[in-house]
Design a protein around this ligand. Structure first.
Ligand code: HEC
Length: 161
């Protein structure tokens, strides 16, 4: 009798502790952390796109086309995170996010999806290795970035563009 009570109490404690762990896992990132995170991820996008553009313009030659594939995969990966990177409450402070992100959210999500599609296609085209096709597809990826920034991002100061 007594023993089963002790076991019951112990199990209750474990259940409470587990509920705490689950709640922790689902806790929202703090708004400031999320804004910083998405700006870092977007800076990454900028770095990859600048590198791809340098290649497309013929300013550099690359050792392997797998490099293009890797950059494209990184862009496709970030595109999947974009929907979660703009939760409610992250519209103020040091952010260039426009209110339209939340007002026309379906359009915003479509713009994120488009980046995913164009960068996935770039990875595919890079597998084929056709130089002209890769360069053309890099242009489409760049358009997918602009297609979102134009309606959904405030103009950036020159230094962070
Ligand atoms: C679906 C919308 C969307 C897509 C697609 C998108 N961006 Fe962005 N990007 C944004 C928004 C919104 C911000 C502003 C974020 C903020 O300040 O909180 C931003 C910010 C940036 C920044 C500035 C980061 C900083 O320093 O604050 C760069 C650079 C950038 N994006 C590059 C890119 C590139 C390159 C691509 C394409 C490969 C891309 N983005 C695709 C919405 C998008």
């Amino acid at each position: 009798m007594r023993r089963s009570l002790v076991i019951g109490l112990a199990m209750g404690t474990v259940a409470v502790a587990m509920a705490g762990i689950v709640a922790e896992a689902f806790a929202q990132a703090r708004p400031l952390d999320m804004i910083r995170y998405r700006q870092s991820a977007m800076k990454g996008n900028g770095g990859y796109l600048n590198a791809l553009n340098a290649y497309a313009k013929g300013e550099v030659t690359l050792v392997t086309k797998d490099t293009i594939k890797a950059y494209a995969a990184a862009l496709a990966g970030t595109s999947l995170e974009i929907p979660g990177m703009f939760p409610a409450g992250t519209d103020t402070g040091r952010t260039n996010a426009k209110p339209e992100i939340w007002q026309k959210n379906a359009d915003f999500l479509a713009a994120a999806k488009r980046l995913g599609e164009e960068s996935t296609k770039l990875a595919e085209v890079a597998t084929g290795g056709n130089e002209a096709a890769m360069k053309e597809q890099i242009g489409k990826v760049a358009q997918a970035c602009g297609g979102c920034h134009q309606p959904f991002r405030k103009p950036l100061p020159p230094a962070s563009r």
